[in-house]
Design a protein around this ligand. Structure first.
Ligand code: NDP
Length: 283
């Protein structure tokens, strides 16, 4: 019998994890490309993270994603970090390379890949709302992609200040911190405007950024990180202004494409993944 009942193992360690739809898009890609692999959501508590990583090593996993609350803590259990993960200080994808387990961060690269479908970010000015983990990953990657100026607009000063310092000290981008005043007007010089806050995420589906949409020019590219629902209020308002838009599904799909390439070496088709994701999210 010529059988192989031993799939390559990949997955996600997080808590909670039951509602993480990444499994649907990754396994759709595995099936579509005939990759003999599985992706398994594992609910791992912070106290058991070390055991979970040792288990993955013992079982010969190819790697795994980490989500909340493990993106920083996992670093203690790894052998090294990729360049951007090291700058960002957080890992969302762990990759086995020989006997070493290396942490990468694909959130930012997924976003930049989606952005490149509409514009080359080199030399542009970006206004980004939010300064949490996702904003940090994406701003660092945008800076590495050659963005000239990054205006970080955030409600709390304390979260935004370290991000702006990091960008100014460790990258070639020129970063500026702006407190978020009501009816904030995006600077005229902005080429790309990004919602990296959680405003608009299900169930807050009608959540609206406190910005003056009249300052958003049709020439600006407007992106939203929110994957569910992808057509956020901000995306719809920007489209009404005539802007080109990017939704959070594109970012999620593209970071998955990069992760699968790390684990399997295969360049998978993003359209298959986007379709699977849209199906499970019902959008
Ligand atoms: P964090 O909790 O680390 O950061 C949240 C950010 O949103 C903070 O800057 C916070 O500001 C801001 N914020 C939240 N509520 C408000 C509000 N009412 N008004 C103003 N600012 C607000 O989250 P993450 O950075 O990890 O994630 C942010 C979003 O990005 C999430 O919704 C997540 O779903 C999405 N995401 C999407 C991905 C994709 O692939 N599409 C990948 C990763 C994340 P403050 O500092 O003042 O509290």
């Amino acid at each position: 019998m010529d059988a192989d009942f031993l799939p390559m193992l990949t997955g996600c360690f997080a808590k909670p994890v039951a509602e993480n739809p990444t499994v649907a898009m990754v396994e759709a890609a595995y099936r579509h490309h005939g990759i003999h692999a599985r992706y398994i959501n594992c609910e791992v508590s912070p106290e058991r993270l070390g055991d979970a990583v040792r288990g993955a090593k013992a079982m010969g996993w190819a790697g795994f994603n980490c989500s909340i609350p493990h993106k920083v803590a996992v670093i203690d259990h790894l052998d090294g970090l990729g360049d951007s993960a090291s700058l960002i200080g957080a890992v969302n994808t762990v990759v086995r390379r020989g006997e070493s387990w290396i942490g990468e961060n694909t959130d930012g690269r997924g976003f930049v890949a989606a952005l490149r479908t509409v514009v080359d970010p080199a030399g542009t000015t970006v206004a980004i709302f939010g300064a949490g983990g996702a904003a940090r990953a994406v701003s660092v990657e945008l800076a590495l992609a050659g963005v000239r100026r990054i205006v970080v607009v955030n409600r709390s000063h304390d979260r935004a200040a370290p991000l702006v310092r990091l960008l100014n000290e460790k990258t070639n981008a020129n970063a500026e911190l702006v407190g978020w005043s009501p009816g904030y007007r995006v600077p005229e010089s902005a080429d790309i405007v990004i919602n990296a806050t959680s405003i608009g995420l299900f169930p807050d589906v009608e959540g609206r950024l406190d910005v003056d949409m009249n300052a958003i020019e049709p020439t600006m590219i407007v992106a939203d990180f929110i994957p569910n629902p992808p057509r956020t209020r901000f995306v719809r308002d920007a489209e009404a202004r005539g802007c080109r838009t990017l939704d959070g599904l594109g970012m999620l799909v593209n970071q998955g494409v990069i992760g699968i390439k790390y684990w399997t070496g295969v360049d998978v088709d993003p359209t298959v993944m986007r379709k699977a994701l849209a199906e499970v999210l019902g959008v």
